[in-house]
Design a protein around this ligand. Structure first.
Ligand code: ADP
Ligand code: ADP
Length: 226
């Protein structure tokens, strides 16, 4: 686990669009932050900069005590869960879970231990030998979360992970993510459009507007009507 600190962070895309203004944010060890705001306000850009998937134009991002601006994504010690699952279609669930660890030369017994643990937490044990195409959307998203968990990262980044699921499944998965959070306590940043997800999951909400932090506080503080 690790704290995450953004200091005067900004992003200008090639072409000149300023997507992020001057963002300052201190996320404590183990804190669950939900990023909300209208479409185009910069949520995804901010998350991708922390993940190392976009370059950082201004300022500094720290994960723990490391400045990560120039650190390769593989060395950032974060795991991201995407809306579209991003599973390898030709691999079984087990292989999807193990692949990143194998690349890092994690010992086989350790890989097996972590895969078994993730399978237990996410209840995907019965599907370990299936290919992603033989799974439902909810099962695929569990596998995507499993792939993040096995890395045992310092932080999780979630980019609208439930947006592709139907309403009923979204409710169930929201509660599963809550339980996951209570069990693992890993520092998390979660982007969503869904107010119920935000209220259920957030220790603190960060409301972005036009690339800047407009409001920050607990769900009660942010959603309370004046
Ligand atoms: P959100 O996730 O809140 O919908 P984004 O981070 O996707 O917002 O976008 C923030 C702003 O940056 C928008 O104005 C968007 O059009 C722009 N933008 C996003 N991605 C790119 C890109 N690859 N190139 C140029 N502009 C981009
Ligand atoms: P895998 O994609 O199966 O995890 P690797 O671990 O070799 O394979 O990762 C390849 C690249 O993708 C690395 O830069 C790694 O940091 C990044 N990466 C892999 N999985 C994630 C994830 N869940 N979230 C963020 N980055 C990831």
């Amino acid at each position: 686990m690790a704290s995450i600190t953004l200091s005067n962070v900004g992003k200008v895309y090639a072409g000149g669009t300023r997507a992020i203004g001057d963002v300052n944010l201190e996320i404590a060890d183990g804190e669950f932050i939900v990023l909300v705001g209208p479409s185009g306000c910069g949520k995804s850009t901010l998350l991708r900069m922390i993940a190392g998937l976009e370059s950082i134009t201004d300022g500094e991002v720290r994960i723990g005590d490391r400045v990560v601006n120039q650190v390769e994504p593989a060395d950032r010690d974060i795991a991201m869960v995407f809306q579209n699952y991003a599973l390898y279609p030709h691999m079984s669930v087990r292989q999807n879970l193990a692949y990143g660890l194998k690349n890092r030369r994690t010992p086989k017994a350790e890989i097996e231990r972590r895969v078994a643990e993730a399978a237990e937490i996410l209840q995907i044990g019965p599907y370990l030998d299936r290919k992603p195409r033989a799974l439902s959307g909810g099962q695929r998203q569990r596998v995507a979360m499993g792939r993040a968990i096995v890395r045992e990262p310092a932080a999780f980044l979630f980019d609208e992970p439930l947006s592709n699921l139907d309403a009923k499944l979204r409710v169930a998965m929201r509660l599963e993510i809550k339980q996951l959070q209570q069990r693992l306590g890993t520092t998390s940043i979660y982007v969503t459009h869904d107010q119920l997800e935000a209220m259920t999951l957030a220790d603190r909400l960060v409301v972005l507007s036009a690339g800047r932090v407009e409001q920050i506080g607990t769900p009660l503080e942010v959603y309370r009507r004046p």
